[in-house]
Write a protein that binds this ligand. Sequence first.
Ligand SMILES: NC(=O)c1ccc[n+]([C@@H]2O[C@H](COP(=O)([O-])OP(=O)(O)OC[C@H]3O[C@@H](n4cnc5c(N)ncnc54)[C@H](OP(=O)(O)O)[C@@H]3O)[C@@H](O)[C@H]2O)c1
Length: 308
Amino acid sequence: MSACAAKVDFDPEADIPDLQGKVFLVTGGTAGLGRETLIQLAKHKPSHLYFTGRNQKSADAIISDINTIDASVSVTFLQCDFGSRISIAKAVEKFHSGRLDVIIAGAGLMAVPADVTADDYEIQFGTSHMGNFTLMRLLLPIMLRTAEQPGSDVRFVALTSLGYGLHPRGGILFDFIKSKQEDRNTWVRYGQAKLANILTVKEMARRYHSITSVVVHPGTAKTGLVDSPSWINRMVVYATNPKGLLTVQEGACNMLWPLTTEKSNLKLGQFYLPVGRPGDLTRDGENMDLAKCLWDWSEKEIAELNFS
Ligand SMILES: NC(=O)c1ccc[n+]([C@@H]2O[C@H](COP(=O)([O-])OP(=O)(O)OC[C@H]3O[C@@H](n4cnc5c(N)ncnc54)[C@H](OP(=O)(O)O)[C@@H]3O)[C@@H](O)[C@H]2O)c1
């Protein structure tokens, strides 16, 4: 894998340090950027790689690839549907590690037809926000305990998109979140979900100083996310990226940097553009009242799971 061309000169092969002792959890690890992130992390001897997704066949293939890279790396697939809190809670029961150093929250959808998740949320918000939030919230006590250990360096890295700016006026339409929101364009619904990813990181950084929480736009990379929307929505992606799309490796590079760079290079709650370039957010992206409101609302939604 070659170095990523960017302000920060970052070459995953050379610059990712030895990861011995560290436990990573990659959501959306069965495809695209998450899959490539797992492959690159596996080359640096992490103690355990956990990953989520629904597709068992893809998961088996990734586990086989990781075993070929380094058979000593433990890897576990936590199969679940991010549209269902019960499915996520069941998957978390299979997380047997006493420590969790890094969560990479990447699972998500883009520009899909109007629908709702199994839990009845608008599908992009329900998967990209509620799914990642539920998993993180259930595992937060383990992250906080890990952070208390001497020499620890616990991180929460969420993936957003510059498309967050397309969110509806008001940011999150709480009153309509349990509906398909058919009267909004699919990109507006994507923006709502990606704004929620930003606000979650902002609020996490405000609440938990022992965890380094940052949010990243990985660049526009040629993954299934970009290939699967309708013809017209694919054209939107290509038309707004006239210089072409990044490769999956280049996109993953932008995720690997905040996961593995020296902690002193990261600022709590910061939004990063490729690679490691601090980005400015709109007023909505910095709205701490909305961030708190979203966190409290999301916790109430999953209260039945009895998390601590
Ligand atoms: N690619 C880009 O250009 C780009 C640009 C900006 C931001 N991003 C962000 O980067 C993240 C990763 O994107 P990608 O390009 O790697 O996408 P991708 O190739 O489509 O992969 C998406 C991942 O999310 C998982 N996922 C989707 N729905 C799920 C569900 N209901 N339950 C559980 N897992 C689910 C998929 O797993 P299963 O299919 O196995 O369920 C898959 O592992 C997304 O959050 C996206 O918004 C990507």
